[in-house]
Design a protein around this ligand. Structure first.
Ligand SMILES: NC(=O)c1ccc[n+]([C@@H]2O[C@H](COP(=O)([O-])OP(=O)(O)OC[C@H]3O[C@@H](n4cnc5c(N)ncnc54)[C@H](OP(=O)(O)O)[C@@H]3O)[C@@H](O)[C@H]2O)c1
Length: 345
């Protein structure tokens, strides 16, 4: 077998503000044939996530930061090209965390073989049936604990997690309001995803718009952003409201001032309304993933859930791709297509 050369993005320096190409080196890495217990994979999809910005920094976080000189971390789906492990065969489709590289040698233990299922495209495993779907499902169901008739507000609602949260909220019988950064996204939330109302947080008077969309107050706020939406939501919380604290994307590119991330302006309302605020990271729920995947797969099959993939072509465009998340240029789950996906049955 001829030697495989992997192309990879290696972190060169800590970003200041948005990540740029100058923060990374684009390198070639020759790979040996897999030894016993190893598998050579070709990357098909790379997940781009707001947390890429966190991993590239050395702030206190939920995983060790990516070290300088290391391949950038990222969730991946790929195809086995050569195997030194009896559990994996050439052509198997696998999922892992081998990061921003075109090919990788991975310990077999680090890979999860995916089932080929009729009518389920491979990108679904990077979205609705993957970590994104599990974030939406467990964040809303476990922490948000939605009840029929309650009002749910979700920020970054047209994004990967938010679009699923809102749809699950509708399945649970909630009144669902999404905030998003364009009129086009707001129309998508109402017309395609069945949200009851949508607010363009960049142009609306947020307080007045929430008063109109949520006349009975807010029982659940699925927090994806921080910033002005959060400030407008807190005064409108109902007694015993729940706030799954999923993300704070409005602050991930903040300049390091040593003062940390500001809290909500109306934080006292969490006390007055006895709100539950619970931060979570989706990996907390790994042992319960089968339950979440079964629920999401069921709703998908029944046509109750839709998901959308926003595809960047080419691993060489991954750095600019991440910034689509901070520009709000994506609708749905942002992925990089690094090579052609195998056909699905
Ligand atoms: N806790 C966990 O385990 C976990 C797992 C996955 C994701 N997350 C978090 O969940 C959130 C959404 O992640 P995702 O992967 O689904 O990304 P996403 O929503 O698909 O993309 C991010 C979206 O955030 C919005 N945004 C960007 N800058 C903003 C700002 N300054 N203020 C308000 N909105 C802004 C943009 O949409 P607009 O056009 O609406 O601005 C953008 O499309 C992020 O905070 C992420 O860190 C947490």
């Amino acid at each position: 077998m001829s030697q495989t050369v992997s192309h990879a993005w290696v972190l060169k320096r800590r970003p200041a503000g948005r990540i740029t190409r100058d923060d990374y080196d684009w390198v070639e890495m020759p790979l040996d044939a897999p030894k016993a217990g190893e598998v050579l994979v070709r990357t098909v999809y790379l997940s781009l996530d707001p947390t890429n910005r966190i991993w590239a920094s050395d702030m206190a976080q939920y995983m060790p930061p990516v070290e300088l000189g290391e391949v950038m971390r990222g969730g991946t789906l790929g195809v086995v090209e050569a195997s030194g492990d009896e559990n994996f065969a050439v052509g198997d489709v696998v999922q892992g965390m081998w990061g921003w590289r075109s090919h990788a040698l991975q310990p077999a233990m680090a890979l999860n073989k995916l089932p080929a299922q009729p009518g389920v495209p491979w990108d679904a495993y990077m979205s609705v049936l993957g970590a994104t779907g599990m974030t939406a499902y467990f964040g809303l169901m476990d922490i948000g604990a939605p009840k029929a008739g309650e009002t749910l507000v979700v920020s970054a609602a047209a994004g990967a997690v938010g679009s699923l949260v809102g749809q699950i909220g509708k399945i649970m019988g909630c009144r669902v309001i999404g905030t998003a950064g364009s009129d086009e996204k707001c129309a998508h939330l109402i017309n395609d995803l069945g949200f009851d109302a949508a607010i363009n947080y960049k142009t609306a008077d947020l307080g007045a718009a929430l008063d109109e969309a949520a006349p009975n107050g807010i029982d659940i706020y699925f927090e994806n952003t921080g910033g002005p939406v959060t400030d407008a939501v807190y005064p409108r919380l109902n007694l015993n409201a729940r706030i799954p604290l999923c993300g704070l994307i409005a602050h991930y590119n903040d300049e390091e001032t040593g003062e940390g991330t500001p809290g909500p302006k109306n934080f006292q309302m969490a006390l007055m309304r006895r709100a539950l605020i619970k931060g979570f990271i989706v990996i907390d729920y790994l042992p319960r993933f089968p339950e979440g995947i079964a629920a999401m797969a069921g709703w998908l099959a029944e046509g109750k859930l839709q998901y959308r993939t926003d595809m960047v072509d080419g691993l060489e465009n991954a750095v600019e791709g991440v910034n689509r998340l901070f520009d709000g240029a994506n609708t749905g789950k942002l992925l990089v297509r690094c090579s052609e996906a195998p056909a699905t049955p």
